[in-house]
Write a protein that binds this ligand. Structure first.
Ligand SMILES: Nc1ncnc2c1ncn2[C@@H]1O[C@H](COP(=O)(O)OP(=O)(O)O)[C@@H](O)[C@H]1O
Ligand SMILES: [Mg+2]
Length: 263
């Protein structure tokens, strides 16, 4: 199996502080990783490196076989799908949902200008359908609820047929129904052998979709745990990661965590 992402001793230093601190981590083709860690642990910063939008201060990052620093990122970026709320802010609010997804095919966030291919439109509709966004094709992006916006961003990230799909807290801010719906859809994607390799950031183990294979736990920019979810996602590791006593349980294909009662 080849590597889609390989970080070796990667640090990202800002204002004298290592936001990502000497991280070595690799993702192989077909793996589905979840990144767990407290607020401010460096999860988004790590994804920004993995998406080639941020260069490490030191260390080496190789993405889809291309080493950051010696590859034209404009060739690399279409091969990576990134869905995070930072992207949502860059997208024009007056575009329709369909347009928002379609513009990804041309690697731009800008307005609807060109004649899009009928085939691209068909693909955009298919991804939106898969994410349950059928009824919203002609709604303006800016009028969507948070959950609808997130599902649109995931469809958009799929549009370039990426080899690596990065999701930053896709379920954050959703209500229970919205979360469960998204987890189910991501679970289906995770199990699809033709789907890209996936990395998803979350604060909550309840949001881990079935079919995810590996877990990375980070705290203060450092890796605490990296390995198969079945063995590494346990009470001991999660407690160390969040710095308080936690109990994690697996129920069927899903996970649950809670704090130990005091005393
Ligand atoms: N450009 C920056 N300059 C300085 N500090 C930053 C910058 N970007 C993020 N940070 C800080 O780095 C830490 C990690 O941020 P982030 O990667 O967003 O964490 P997470 O996604 O795990 O919550 C936070 O303390 C954040 O305030
Ligand atoms: Mg974050």
């Amino acid at each position: 199996m080849s590597e889609v992402l390989e970080l070796v001793d990667v640090s990202v230093v800002r204002e004298g502080r290592a936001l990502v601190d000497d991280v070595s981590w690799s993702v192989k083709e077909g793996e589905r990783w979840v990144i767990v860690g407290p607020n401010g642990a460096g999860k988004t910063t790590l994804l920004n490196v993995a998406s080639s939008y941020l260069f490490p201060t030191s260390g080496n990052a190789t993405i889809l076989g291309e080493k950051l620093g010696s590859v034209d990122v404009f060739d690399l970026r279409p091969r990576i799908g990134m869905a995070g709320m930072a992207m949502a802010d860059k997208l024009p609010h007056d575009q329709t949902v369909l347009q928002t997804v379609l513009t990804a095919a041309y690697g731009m966030t800008a307005h609807w200008q060109e004649q899009y291919d009928a085939m691209d439109e068909e693909r955009a509709r298919a991804f939106l359908d898969r994410l349950g966004m059928n009824e919203f094709l002609h709604r303006k992006f800016g009028t969507l609820s948070e959950g609808e916006r997130k599902r649109t961003l995931i469809a958009r990230a799929m549009m370039t047929d990426p080899e690596l799909l990065l999701l930053d807290e896709p379920a954050a801010g959703l209500d229970l129904g919205g979360r469960e719906d998204l987890v189910r859809r991501l679970g289906r994607l995770a199990r699809d052998p033709y789907a890209p390799s996936m990395v998803m950031v979350t604060h909550h183990v309840e949001e881990i979709p079935p079919g995810f294979t590996h877990v990375l736990m980070i705290r203060q920019g450092q890796i605490m745990v990296a390995g198969p979810i079945e063995t590494e996602l346990n009470s001991r590791n999660l407690s160390r990661c969040f710095g308080l006593p936690l109990v994690v349980e697996q129920h069927g294909e899903r996970w649950m965590a809670q704090g130990l009662p005091l005393g």
